[in-house]
Write a protein that binds this ligand. Structure first.
Ligand code: PNS
Length: 166
């Protein structure tokens, strides 16, 4: 029986779309571990510690949810914590095409099953990268983020602008 599931992602930063998936997973499973990938490969706006802290605050109202960082393979992390499944949100058919080979690979590697949860239609176009682009170019990203994440994003973008000399 699967009590523990893993919701992996980069969460740079967490959006309302991510939270929708975590809330749906929390309604189905006793123990939901939101797993923040800390592999150094991608260029992140927020550090692993910052992404984890924002997620912990965003998930604070969900008693069955904990947030952990992981490095290496998501399958190894699932084995380490005894998780029976990976949960991924699907926004579009493109998400499915991107996620399906990873789901098969993860099953082949460790036997772990991936469960796909459709996101709410109102979040179907929300991604961290789009939200960052909108905010960086002066658009209003607040409808897509928890308030404190929107504040953190505004502060980080202002810091970056200062570092780059205005
Ligand atoms: O939010 P993202 O960027 O789509 O999340 C990607 C993440 C962290 C879930 C993915 O890159 C991942 O699982 N990384 C761990 C490395 C791994 O297991 N790779 C093989 C996947 S088949």
């Amino acid at each position: 029986m699967t009590r523990t599931v893993v919701v992996p992602g980069s969460f740079d930063p967490v959006t309302l779309g991510h939270l929708d998936v975590v809330e749906r997973a929390a309604a189905l499973f006793e123990d939901v571990v939101v797993a923040v990938g800390v592999n150094a490969s991608k260029n992140r706006l927020f550090s692993a510690e910052e992404r984890i802290a924002l997620l912990e605050r965003a998930c604070g109202h969900l008693p069955g949810v904990r947030v952990r960082g992981f490095s290496g393979l998501v399958t190894d992390f699932c084995t380490e914590i005894g998780a029976g499944a990976v949960v991924k949100g699907l926004r579009t058919a493109q998400d499915y095409e991107y996620e399906l080979p990873m789901a098969h690979m993860n099953t082949r590697l460790s036997g772990v099953t991936t469960l796909f949860l459709p996101t709410s239609p109102e979040h179907a176009f929300v991604s961290s990268s789009l939200v960052k682009e909108v905010a960086a170019l002066g658009g209003d990203a607040s409808p897509f983020l928890p308030d404190f994440v929107h504040d953190a994003l505004a502060r980080r973008l202002a810091e970056r602008r200062e570092q780059q000399g205005g």
